[in-house]
Design a protein around this ligand. Structure first.
Ligand SMILES: Cc1cc2nc3c(=O)[nH]c(=O)nc-3n(C[C@H](O)[C@H](O)[C@H](O)COP(=O)(O)OP(=O)(O)OC[C@H]3O[C@@H](n4cnc5c(N)ncnc54)[C@H](O)[C@@H]3O)c2cc1C
Length: 383
């Protein structure tokens, strides 16, 4: 077991951090910046070979490892929290579902455009009546000759207002296994985007309304057993989300450390007060532990995919560690921490969202508990 990063891994983290710093010299993120997606940074990532990092070269990826992709998103998030959206979109989110299940050159073409930094995909999974219970989704898709016809409604699509393609999770029949997914270009007739709204963190989202939308059957990803297959790949998205929590937690820790070393109150530096030093220690312990859980989940793949139980542990712990670090740092900064001029404003709001997005911490705990209970070899003798 080696806990040291290799020189190559350190180099790729340095490259990613330098690129992020060049595009966002200030860690303070304004409301406007949070709400807009940086196409410029996305193109810079593409030029530096940091899109599709662990996707196969056959679909235009870099053929590296999932750990490499994790290191890059963590490094960018720790320098320029909002710019990690571009790393996320081109390495962890909808792109993974396209790459895993694409069977036509048409979808490969879309993937190539995204990896080149010229298109932006969004996951259209959640519905007003189906969030955690994704099994309950009601959006319908039906194959009709050379086309797929889609009807239904989606919600909470991150960057939905500006996305160019959606991976729409849909029901192809009434059976449990009749779930699937289809790529829908944003320009498709019959697809209407709802009003652009914002999450608490500032990022835009919208609802999507599909009224007899027709796309070429070449855009079909799956029409059978889709939920199980898509969820396996969705675990990669969860690790990206978790790594961003760690990156932001690390940034909060660094900001708090610097502040404690300089801020004096009542003739003493904050760093001399033991009660506050312990807060710093707790932040560091949790951020480090979260990082290790993520690296474990990203490096113990089965059939090329992370194991759901390990991902659930990592995501749950990392999401809470990131928010804990942000919240504690805000407290250590006192009044300034709670202003919109403080970098902690955005870090705090953003880390909070990841405890809900991509499978909430409750759903992650459900998974961990199920695995733990299943692992017991003894059947309890219940009276
Ligand atoms: C920042 C952000 C970005 C998002 N981006 C996207 C996106 O790009 N695409 C997309 O499709 N969706 C997206 N979502 C939606 C997200 O996936 C859902 O919000 C999430 O799955 C929870 O679903 P829900 O909101 O319907 O809550 P509900 O499922 O109604 O849950 C409500 C509460 O009950 C808890 N709960 C539910 N079921 C259980 C259970 N069985 N056991 C214990 N507790 C339970 C939940 O954890 C939650 O606290 C995003 C959400 C956020 C916050």
């Amino acid at each position: 077991m080696d806990f040291e990063l290799s020189p190559e891994q350190k180099a790729v983290m340095d490259l990613a951090a330098a690129l992020a710093r060049a595009h966002a010299p200030d860690t303070t993120v304004s409301w406007d910046e949070a709400g807009s997606f940086s196409w410029e940074f996305l193109q810079a990532l593409a030029s530096a070979g940091l899109t599709g990092i662990d996707l196969p070269e056959s679909v235009g990826g870099q053929g590296q490892t999932l750990v490499d992709a994790i290191l890059v998103i963590e490094a960018v998030a720790a320098v320029a929290p909002h710019l990690a959206d571009a790393v996320h979109a081109t390495n962890f989110g909808a792109i993974r579902q396209m790459a895993a299940f694409s069977s036509t050159s048409l979808v490969d073409e879309v993937i190539g455009t995204i990896l080149a930094g010229n298109a932006l995909p969004s996951i259209a999974m959640s519905e007003p009546g189906a969030g955690s219970a994704v099994n309950d989704l009601t959006t319908r898709a039906r194959r009709e000759g050379a086309e797929i016809r889609i009807n239904g409604e989606k919600t909470f699509n991150t960057f939905g207002p500006i996305a160019t393609h959606y991976v729409v999770w849909a029901r192809f029949g009434d059976g449990q296994r009749d779930m699937g997914a289809v790529v829908v270009p944003a320009t498709s007739p019959g697809l209407e985007r709802g009003k652009a709204k914002r999450f608490v963190s500032g990022e835009q989202y919208c609802s999507l309304h599909f009224d007899d939308v027709r796309v070429s059957a070449d855009y079909l990803l799956l029409d059978n057993d889709g939920l199980r297959k898509m969820m396996s790949v969705f675990n990669i998205e969860r690790l990206g989300n978790a790594a961003r929590s760690v990156g932001l937690g690390q940034l909060a820790l660094q900001l708090a450390t610097d502040y404690m070393l300089t801020r004096e109150t009542g003739g003493r530096r904050l760093s001399d007060l033991q009660g506050l030093r312990w807060k710093l220690a707790d932040m560091r312990i949790r951020v480090d532990a979260a990082r290790l859980l993520i690296y474990r989940a990203a490096s113990t793949l089965r059939d090329g995919l992370p194991q759901p139980g390990l991902v659930a542990q990592a995501k749950c712990f990392a999401n809470e560690a990131g928010f804990f670090a942000a919240d504690t740092a805000m407290q250590l900064f006192g009044g300034y921490g709670y202003t919109t001029e403080s970098p902690l404003d955005y870090i705090w709001r953003r880390t909070r969202g990841w405890m809900i997005a991509g499978g909430s911490v409750e759903i992650m705990r459900n998974r961990v508990a199920s695995e733990q209970l299943r692992s017991s070899r003894t059947v309890p003798n219940i009276p």
